[in-house]
Each structure stands twice: as C-alpha cells, then as structure tokens.
Design a protein around this ligand. Structure first.
Ligand code: 3PG
Ligand code: MG
Length: 389
C-alpha cells in the first residue's frame, strides 16, 4: 500500500506540524504500565524535530466520552514523552482555542507540545467538521503516526488530511508493511493463533485468515463455543450460544484447531482447586480457564515449525497463575520460531512483554482492534484518509 511518506512533506523550519499519535497507553493510578505506543512514535517525532518543525502531538486516552475528566488527562503521558526525548513537553490546557494558541505560538522550532485528550471534546468521536476545522487551524502539515487508532473514523484521524499536506509516520508505515506481508500470505506454513473471550469479535478475522493460513489455532474462552459446536460438554465455561452454528461452519473447513485438553477450576482464582481434563469432559460447576498441557505442546510445535505466525489473544486467563501456562507456552513458541512472527496488540502484547519475550519476535503491533480490522479488510479509515485526502 502506497502511503505518503514524511520525506514528501513540504516542511520548512518553524512550520507547525500536527502529529496524531496513539497515546492511549495502559495506566494504573496515573502511572504508565507499558509505553510501547510512545517509544515506537519517537523516530517520527525526532525526525520532525530535526527538521526544526514545531511539533504538536495530539492523542486520546481512555474513553471520557466528550467530557473533561482530569483522571484521563494526558499530563503523565506528556511528562513521560519529555523524559524519553530529554526535553520538556508542555501539555496545553486544551485542544485548540485562545488558551492553546499562545503556547503553540511561543514554542521554538524543534520543540514539542502535547494537546490535551482529544476525547474531552465530543467533536472528536462524532467526527464533527467544526471540530476538525478548529483542530486543523494554524497547522502547516499533518502526520498520522497513530496506527492503533486508525480504525476509528474520528476527527483527528480523517479530518486534517482533507485540508493540509499530510504523511504517514514511520511506525504507521512499518505496521502496514508487516501486516500486508501476512495478508499477502507469502510464507508457508502460515499459522494463526487466536484467543480471547468472544468468537463474535474474531469471526471476521478468522474468515479472512482461513483464506490465507494453513491452520488457525483457537484458544481462550472462545474455544468453548467451538467445543459446543462439536457436541462436547463444557460445564460452566463461557459460551456464545448464538455463535455455535458459525463455529461449526468454520470447523468444517478442517483448518481450525481447537484444544484437546483444558485447565479447569470452579473459580478463576489462583488458590482454587485446578484440574486438567479432556476438552469435552468439563463437569458442571467447573469452567475452562486455560488450554491444557497437551494442547500447549501441540500448538507450540505447530507455531515453531511455521514460516509465518500471527498471534492475537491470550490462551487463558494469563493474568492469574496458574492459568497463564498456555499463553506462556504459545509466547515461547512464537519467540523461538525462526519464521516471521507478529504479535497483535492489546492483551497478547502485554503477555509477551510480561514473559520478557517481546524483543524475540519480528513485530509487536501497537494496534489491537486496528490490526484485526486491517487483516479483515486490508484497509483502515486512517489509511484511506492519507491516500485520498
Ligand atoms: C485502542 O487502544 O484500541 C486505540 O487507542 C483506540 O481506542 P478505542 O478502542 O477506545 O477507540
Ligand atoms: Mg480498543
């Protein structure tokens, strides 16, 4: 996919650049838990600084739903970005208007300002043209470096490219290259490992992957709906009854693999009594919380032998040991594979980081929903805006 590159921008010293970054990092009590989305945007920000542009970073945090909520202020993110860059990053007290404009105007070339959370204004998610116009006013160029938010047709993603010169940042270009390589299905065997709670969230992506993959290995709670489609007993495990027919249809392709054994407990607690049983023999009152050891070995072998692997979604409740073992086994297999290995964002990115294996894979995507939607349809609203704007 041809996206306009940074080098094509008509950029001059002192120009104001609006850079949309996915600043939506996981935080606990104002402390950033994982900064991959920030560190991966640094090369673009640094390049813009080297061009002596005034760099104005815009992003969202959480879902404040159009209201100012200081618990979701980008303050801690601005501070962290400043620490990473070794320069002060001032947080503007808003998104645009008379309190923001003087701050941008007084920022020297090569320095960085951050706008406050875009979702404090309802215009962002509503893609309100007036909000887009206000957001874009006074800037010379626009850069989209927010791969993780490019599946949202929100104002800051699709508005500015309509009115000013624009380009894709380095991370955005890399994400699209990596996922396009998987979509082209050049490397075989191509194995996808998919987990997560709901089949309904993954149905379209499984269909898209079945057109390209040699096998799709299913784990996580969604595996139980597949087991029900095979007429197995899943006890009190999570099931989406309305998806059973769809699961049967996917199984009929012969390329969807489901667990042969599972780890079960009555409660999802680390102190609960835990058993390993065949996947179809879960007693009432018990629920499946992880793939079993035989499944972990079988999935791991298939992953290690693959020429290309896509992993999205944990195999079990990996936050609560001992239900992390299946996810850990898959993470290790993905890390050990000599093939082209891609970890989809969100929980699987958190898991691979938790196990200390993030630098052993070809690419950890900064987009969860965005990477899935790109695989489903080969495009995203934010990419379309850059190509057609
Ligand atoms: C994400 O974290 O998935 C992106 O930043 C988009 O956020 P959203 O899912 O709240 O739209
Ligand atoms: Mg999301």
């Amino acid at each position: 996919m041809d996206l306009p590159r940074l080098e094509t921008l008509p950029l001059k010293r002192g120009h104001r650049v609006l850079v949309r970054v996915d600043l939506n990092v996981p935080m606990t009590d104002g402390v950033i838990d994982a900064d991959l989305r920030i560190t991966t945007a640094l090369p673009t920000i640094q390049w813009l600084r080297e061009q002596r542009a005034v760099v104005v970073v815009a992003g969202h945090l959480g879902r404040p739903k159009g209201e100012v909520n200081l618990a979701e202020s980008l303050g801690p993110v601005a501070t962290h970005l400043g620490d990473l860059l070794g320069t002060e990053v001032v947080l503007a007290p808003g998104i645009f208007g008379p309190r923001v404009e003087p701050i941008v105007a007084s920022t020297p070339p090569g320095e960085v300002v951050m706008l406050e959370n875009l979702r404090f204004d309802p215009g962002e998610e509503a893609c309100d043209p007036a909000f887009s116009a206000n957001l874009s006013a006074g800037y010379d160029v626009y850069v989209n470096e927010a791969f993780g938010a490019s599946h949202r047709a929100h104002a800051s993603i699709v508005g500015p490219p309509e009115t000013m010169p624009h380009a894709a940042g380095r991370l955005l270009v890399r994400e699209v290259e990596v996922l396009s390589r998987l979509l082209d299905a050049r490397d075989h065997p191509f194995v996808a490992v998919l987990g997560g709670a709901k089949v309904s969230d993954k149905l379209k992506v499984i269909e898209a992957l079945l057109e390209r993959c040699d096998s799709v290995l299913v784990g996580g709670a969604m595996a139980f709906t597949f087991l029900v489609a095979q007429g197995r007993s899943v006890g009190d495990s999570l099931v989406q009854p309305e998806m059973v027919d769809e699961c049967a249809r996917l199984l009929a392709t012969g390329r969807v693999r489901i667990p042969s054994d599972v780890v079960i407990a009555r409660e999802p607690s680390g102190d609960a009594e835990v058993r390993v049983v065949p996947a179809g023999a879960i007693p009432d009152g018990w629920k499946g919380l992880d793939i079993g050891p035989a499944t972990a070995i079988a999935y791991g072998d298939e992953v290690e032998a693959a020429a290309a692997v896509l992993w999205n979604g944990p195999m079990g409740m990996f936050e609560v040991p001992p239900f992390d073992a299946g996810t850990r086994a898959v993470a290790e297999a993905v890390a050990h594979s000599d093939g082209f290995s891609v970890v989809g964002g969100g929980d699987s990115a958190a898991a691979i980081r938790q196990f200390g294996l993030a630098d052993r894979v070809s690419h950890v995507s900064t987009g969860g929903g965005a990477s899935l939607e790109f695989i489903e349809r080969g495009d995203l609203p934010g990419l379309e805006a850059l190509r057609h704007g």
